[in-house]
Design a protein around this ligand. Sequence first.
Ligand code: MG
Ligand code: ZN
Length: 224
Amino acid sequence: MDKQIALERKVLSENDRIAADVRAQLQDRGIVALNLVSSPGSGKTSLLERTLAALNDELRIGLVAGDVQTENDADRLLKAGGKMVRPIVTNGACHLDAKMIARVLPDFNLDNLDLLFIENVGNLVCPSSFDLGEDMKVVLISTTEGDDKPLKYPSMFRRSSMMIVNKLDLLGTSDFKLGRVTENARQINHDLQIFELSCRTGDGLEAWFDWVRETVAEKRGVLA
Ligand code: MG
Ligand code: ZN
């Protein structure tokens, strides 16, 4: 086997082992964990700010904000009312891995958590390969990007369970077509659940909030 490939396999199997441990800790307590992935600038932090504003009083929400440099996003989430926010500065690494999550997990009081959002580094390539122990990956794409991104980055869209199309308010200012992005995404992943919204105007956000509520309630129900 090619040495590079052998090394990558080793890194990923080590990652999967740690991710399984993280997942077990979260599952034991019925915590829903969502791994948000996208290109830089698609609106992951904005979606989390909006989600905090709407659900912070109802649900106990933990947030991990990953970035290559700066704790700017973590600061934004704190300002938005986040009570349990942990930044992860990767210092150059272009994705989060399970070891980074395992390291911050003890900072959260897991017995007092309903929901854990992990904001990954803005990058549509390698975050797809790294399991973080989440229930699902949620991929964001904004209407200012190309609607062929699902075709260009298929493994990210294949490994995500949900696609959120953000910046609905900017629809029509470029060649981006909702029908086309949906078609492209479903071609890669037939089962992909899709939300269309605008974090700026609030359009479509209620459906997302309802989905989050239901997903948390469902998991609690399973546990009870
Ligand atoms: Mg961000
Ligand atoms: Zn990477």
